[in-house]
Design a protein around this ligand. Structure first.
Ligand code: ZN
Length: 352
């Protein structure tokens, strides 16, 4: 006998519920700071079915999470006077906003999966490399931040959220009161959008120079900030080569600009589960990021203990969880795989 689709969703919900029970009890589920002024959003079959929720206390919020156990759970980056008001930033009375970057990798060059939405070591590794690029090549050297001023969170899928949380209260106050335009400037700087070759500032100079191998050119560019005049004296082939290098240095990061810019943007609650994968939205320490393996470390261990007999009814890309590789031929799979298949809308039957 097979489990019906409705029962399948109920089964999934049961595991989400079990997870949230543990996450709340052991306090690893994020309670957004100043919860009364934060908007909460959630989803089951869609990423966001509903938003504009707010809670009067930590207790009320946690009870709601335990009761509903959503597949997707979000908080607003902004602090609002009226978080449950519908209709844009004006109506919500935004008075402060957290700063966060969203690295969202779209299929690495070395990926072999046919499904763009699938996960493998390569795209996960690419996401991690971009975190290091953002932190080590921008946030620390150009903005004077240190590792302790940042929170790195695996998004539960193919990306990372990097929160800027300066320990210095004054600096934090300043940046969390930035306007949309000021946040826009920050993200444009990091994406190299306002890079001006007539005057290349020290940060971009350093980054681009480290990608140039030609010693003579390197010496020329090092001496001047006006690169345009140097490049214009080169022949066409050389000119193109240099501009290509600059372009590739600019394009190393896949950042969702809206997450930095939008006033009413929601971001996943740390410690919740990502409904597409069933993986934990998990904070990772900078020093252990190198060894962080999402397919092992972001999977809730309890989800690997219980197995189900299933039949996968379409050809899917292989999926590694921990040390185990699952394919469309797999018959016995743990709960973690069930959650992933369900989240990816794979056609499969659970056999009883
Ligand atoms: Zn991949």
């Amino acid at each position: 006998m097979k489990v019906s689709d409705k029962d399948k969703l109920n089964l999934i919900k049961r595991y989400y519920k079990e997870y949230f029970r543990d996450a709340v009890k052991n306090r690893w589920l994020e309670v957004p700071e100043d919860i009364r002024h934060r908007e909460i959003g959630y989803g089951y079959l869609k990423k966001v079915d509903n938003r504009n929720l707010s809670f009067n206390s930590e207790d009320e919020y946690l009870r709601w999470v335990l009761d509903r156990a959503p597949l997707h759970l979000y908080k607003s980056l902004a602090y609002m006077k009226y978080p449950s008001s519908v209709g844009g930033a004006q109506k919500k009375g935004i008075f402060r906003r957290e700063l966060a970057f969203d690295i969202d990798v779209h299929g690495g060059k070395r990926c072999t999966h046919k499904d763009d939405g699938w996960l493998c070591n390569h795209c996960l590794e690419e996401g991690k490399n971009q975190v290091f690029t953002l932190i080590d090549e921008f946030l620390i050297p150009d903005f004077g931040l240190s590792k302790e001023d940042l929170r790195i969170v695996f998004s539960g899928n193919r990306g990372y959220h990097i929160y800027i949380k300066p320990r210095d209260g004054d600096i934090r106050d300043t940046i969390e009161h930035w306007s949309r335009e000021e946040r826009r400037c920050l993200i444009e700087y990091i994406l190299g959008k306002n890079l001006n070759l007539n005057y290349v500032g020290s940060g971009w100079k350093r980054r681009i120079l480290s990608a140039i191998k030609n010693k003579k050119l390197l010496a020329q560019l090092k001496r001047s900030n006006n690169w345009k005049s140097i490049i214009e004296r080169k022949n066409e082939r050389e000119k193109k080569r240099i501009l290509n290098i600059i372009e590739s240095v600019k394009n190393r990061l896949e950042l969702d600009e809206k997450v930095m810019e939008d006033d009413i943007r929601l971001l996943r609650v740390i410690g919740s589960l990502h409904g597409y994968t069933g993986f934990i939205v998990k904070e990772v320490n900078y020093n252990s990021l190198e060894y962080f393996d999402p397919l092992r470390d972001a999977v809730y261990p309890k989800f690997n203990r219980e197995y189900y007999n299933i039949k996968i009814k379409e050809k899917i890309d292989p999926l590694r969880i921990g040390d185990n590789l699952f394919t469309y031929k797999s018959r016995e799979v743990p709960v973690s795989v069930i959650l992933y298949l369900f989240g990816h809308s794979v056609n499969f039957e659970i056999l009883e």
